[in-house]
Design a protein around this ligand. Structure first.
Ligand SMILES: Cc1cc2nc3c(=O)[nH]c(=O)nc-3n(C[C@H](O)[C@H](O)[C@H](O)COP(=O)(O)O)c2cc1C
Length: 218
């Protein structure tokens, strides 16, 4: 069965982040394309409220009762094998939209270790400035992944934590502005594809592994 990489473009626009994510997903498809299926979800026009801590999901088996554009995305998250989380840098961090998305994933986190456990992810940060906080934004995405049981896969030598793009606030034409970014984006996507297939092969041998919850959970 094909494995799925889901790309999330956490910008309220279809601009530099969307473009960068497309390039990374193209990179992923250069490895065993027949084995992989990719999908890109843009936050443009989507309303995703942050978690309001009503705890309904803890009482009803993990169903979030907030009805907005997050609702169909729960299924997409559970179906996917791995993710590329791409965010513009806002105030040296991921966007509030992507942060809200991560907080709403709490509904998928349950006593069995969660429905996102052992899935893989990597990240892209796109800043208007050359050094505008891309590494910090990625660092926060890494930590958000850890709270959801997602295993983070970094980049290659030279872009250790993920792909960092300098958009110069130029919107869609980002890759002619930051010429080097294309290489790291394609390479990051291909690396995630490699790990996605490797882990899938490993899971067929050893399964998902036993969950041993901390006594401090719940
Ligand atoms: C509210 C806001 C905050 C921003 N903060 C930063 C920042 O801290 N560092 C930076 O490099 N760029 C910052 N930018 C610029 C965006 O990261 C940049 O324009 C990026 O390309 C936007 O992504 P998009 O084109 O995919 O929407 C900010 C933009 C906005 C709207």
């Amino acid at each position: 069965m094909q494995k799925k990489i889901l790309g999330i473009a956490g910008s309220p626009r279809k601009a530099a982040t969307y473009e960068s994510l497309q390039v990374a997903l193209e990179g992923a498809q250069t490895l065993c394309a027949d084995e992989l299926n990719v999908e890109l979800v843009s936050f443009k026009g989507k309303k995703i409220a942050p978690c309001n801590h009503c705890n309904a999901c803890k009482r009803n088996g993990g169903r979030c009762v907030v009805d907005d554009d997050m609702t169909p995305l729960y299924e997409s998250l559970v179906e996917a094998d791995s993710f590329i989380f791409a965010s513009p840098v806002y105030a040296m961090n991921m966007t509030p939209q992507l942060s809200a998305f991560f907080s709403r994933m709490r509904a998928l986190h349950d006593r069995d270790g969660g429905k996102l456990r052992n899935k893989l992810a990597t990240a892209i940060a796109v800043g208007g400035r050359r050094n505008g906080g891309q590494e910090l934004a990625i660092s926060n995405i890494v930590h958000a992944c850890l709270t959801r049981g997602i295993v983070y896969i970094g980049g290659e030598p030279g872009f250790y934590s993920g792909a960092m793009v300098w958009s110069g606030d130029k919107g869609k034409d980002v890759l002619s502005f930051d010429e080097e970014a294309g290489n790291s984006l394609r390479s990051l996507g291909r690396r995630l594809a490699y790990w996605t297939l490797l882990i899938a092969a490993g899971k067929s041998l050893v399964g998902e592994g036993e969950v041993q919850m901390s006594k401090y959970m719940f």
